[in-house]
Write a protein that binds this ligand. Structure first.
Ligand code: GLU
Length: 242
């Protein structure tokens, strides 16, 4: 059995981070319903196997850009915040529709970096998350982009997901992306890039490989560097990550 399937088997509570590149169709800018349906079927199977699933979902900005007619050019931070506000409801609707056939309800949680760093807010967010999961509801978390500025935002949901996993006492953090893992270089630019199936320790060399290997699809903001940063946070909190 592979390391990943063993970790899935042993995990009781799993946080999945879903990136914009998977959630939003790059061609049309609409939600990728087929992908969402397939993911929710897998999540329901995990639930039926006695596991609790929590989702950290990007996609609000990308969906909102289309809704507000802000596609095809660089957007300012206020425009991104407006897009996040407009897109968040589309994002939640897409999650609701995808989980609905499995009899699963979802609940929106919007957090800022402060919420994950200030003890009182952290405890409140943790208590709400715990209550939702106890009721069999899947929390769908995103950054509350509307109220954060460049200096105080996570900006990417990779590190937010690691904090959420820590907050929720999850055993496993899974960062789902349009790329199948870490490569020695960016495989979209370098044909000699080799896939690294398992990273047991985040060395300086590993961190160096992730530098600059950022999202090329144009809808996400993270890339490999923030995934390595998320893995560091998760490891420090005693979690496993893929
Ligand atoms: N909060 C952003 C959104 O919903 C996502 C940031 C990211 O791409 O990780 O679009």
């Amino acid at each position: 059995m592979s390391h990943a399937s063993e970790a899935f088997k042993a995990a009781r509570r799993i946080v999945f981070k879903v990136g914009s590149a998977l959630l939003v169709d790059a061609e049309t800018g609409a939600a990728n319903h087929a992908w969402l349906r397939a993911f929710c079927a897998d999540a329901a199977a995990l639930r039926d196997a006695g596991k609790q699933v929590l989702v950290v979902s990007s996609g609000a900005v990308a969906l909102g850009r289309r809704r507000l007619g802000l596609t095809g050019r660089k957007t300012t931070l206020p425009e991104k915040q407006a897009a996040a506000a407009a897109g968040q409801s589309l994002l939640m609707r897409a999650w609701e529709e995808a989980f609905e056939p499995h009899g699963t309800s979802v609940a929106q949680i919007l957090l800022t970096r402060d919420d994950t760093e200030m003890r009182r807010r952290w405890l409140n967010a943790r208590a709400t998350t715990e209550t939702l999961m106890g009721l069999g509801v899947v929390p769908v978390v995103n950054e509350n982009d509307t109220v954060v500025t460049e200096e105080i935002r996570y900006g990417d949901n990779d590190r937010l997901a690691a904090r959420v996993a820590q907050m929720a006492g999850a055993d496993l953090l899974v960062l789902l992306s349009d790329i199948d893992g870490l490569y020695t270089a960016d495989p979209r630019k370098n044909p000699k890039a080799a896939h690294i199936p398992l990273v047991s320790e985040i060395t300086a060399e590993i961190a160096g490989m992730a530098e600059g290997a950022n999202a090329a699809a144009g809808v996400g903001t993270g890339g490999m560097a923030t995934k390595i940063a998320a893995a560091r946070i998760a490891r420090a909190a005693g979690l496993q990550g893929f």
